[in-house]
Design a protein around this ligand. Sequence first.
Ligand code: CP
Length: 299
Amino acid sequence: MDNLLNIDRLKKYQAESLVSLATSIKSNFPLIKKEKPLVNKNIIFLFLEPSTRTKTSFKFSSFILGANIIDISPASSSITKGETFEDTLKTLSAYPADALILRSYENSHIEMAEKMLDFPVINAGLGTLSHPTQALTDLMTLKEKGIDMKNAKISIVGDIAHSRVARSSIEIFTLFEAKINLCAPNYFKPKNFSDIPYYEDLDDALKGADILMTLRIQKERFNGLSVDIEDYSRKYMITKDIMDKYKINYVMHPGPVNEGIEISKGLQDSKRSLIHEQVKNGTWIRCAVLAEILAGKKI
Ligand code: CP
């Protein structure tokens, strides 16, 4: 594997291999820390959008594997002086880097980076298009719970239109032949994925579902769209009563969570929530991605 740009570029065996490597690193954690397979590797972090989970876990993964981190903060970089993304890439290409980890608001940026840089590029969340390491993390979390993906019935609920997580999740769950449906109000209906059942009504979507993934409302991507958040919450907020009524085994959420909007207060800390497990597994999946791309070997 040379890059990690999107789930649709991954074969099923590659996703399986990354999850299995992540699981092995997780269970051998102190040992891996001693091995440091990425010592002397230089990884540039360029996060053009805020992040807590993805950035922190990529940093932990880099430190665990022994890599050096060069973190470019957009606020204190020459981007604030008007340097374009293209010129920023040209500048980065001059350094002895071994990889770029990129988060961006702009869907075209990852392929630009792939074309312009002669070192690997890893997608840490791209506009509305893709978030492959989140999808791999979610797959790992479900597999850890013993979920047989072929028999899983997963409902993805919420702001699907603006969600890169939804897109990458749909791609990975489809790759593993899970049965999925999408549920959103008309204004959050996805433009593509016409082959996947879509319901406006939560009741229709959740009948028969056993896993529910709810999504953050992405106000920063509304672009003039006017949404009555209270009305949205009345119809789509996931509560304990909803989990009970439809016999949902697990609720997932990529975070950050807006409690009281897409998920009721306290539900993320309940036994049927995988949300904290998703955060934990992020470190191990990102270790696996870095090890696979930069060490080119199984640990
Ligand atoms: N899930 C996710 O991408 O979270 P962050 O924005 O905090 O990285």
